[in-house]
Design a protein around this ligand. Sequence first.
Ligand SMILES: [Zn+2]
Length: 296
Amino acid sequence: MECFLTQMPTIPLFALPSGLEITACSQQEGSLCVSLLSTQPASHCPLCSSAAMRIHSRYQRKLADLPSSGQPVRFLLTVRKFFCDVPTCPRKIFTERLVPFVAPWARVTARLFQVVQIIGLAAGGRLGVRVTDRMGIQTCRTTILRRIMALPTEPVGQVSQIGIDDFSFRRGRKFGTIVVDLQTRHMLDVLPDRTADTSAAWMTAHPEIELVSRDRGGDYAAATRKALPGATQTADRFHVLKNLSEALEGVLARHLAAHRKRQTEPARASSVLASQTQEPPKLLSKNVALSQAKRE
Ligand SMILES: [Zn+2]
């Protein structure tokens, strides 16, 4: 381990918040390791918010920070636990908070968290890893995706016409529900499952909805009847076309079967005598005949 803390001011280089002091810098296995000490004279109890100064103990946290010139940076942060001396407070001992520099229990600084999030939003998981590798940020595709998922979603405002349908989280295995604003064509929400209760709970929060476009299954229809009894229900375009094509297929199959029957009857009548001496032809079952007619 090579220690190279010199007279050079290092705090501006790392842009640390006040109350944190650098005690050592070293290089270990290709990373820059920086030891930090929290020197705030007091910390506020997370429950009662009163300032506490009596130190209970110290411990160390390891944190990853933004890289420096392509070199990963690791912080070894010594933080303290304090006694809360307010008699009525149920929390007797607490760990000092260093928000917004680092969230409680986080293993990365807030600024590294945000940079990975921004890269993920711009490039996605797989490409994002290629960018972070070049920058000296040690992360992986799933972490980048988790950072994106941690972003708060915008609240759903007033909406009058929605489309609701199944959404596959894992194809054929795990399904949720997607809700779309039919006027803006924007996705409004993704619900964790496709049960009527979950959909009804979502709709109950939006009594202003006037029209629900849904599939032909019963769950979304039941949810709409329960939560929005005054709303108009309609099958969505995909399911209307599916209904139409299935109905048309049945009609054509029946007409074709009738047409074939009319064509074959005269020929059959003329060959009755001839066939009496031969083996009778195999009769097709109704389903097989219908299937053959559909194919034709
Ligand atoms: Zn307290």
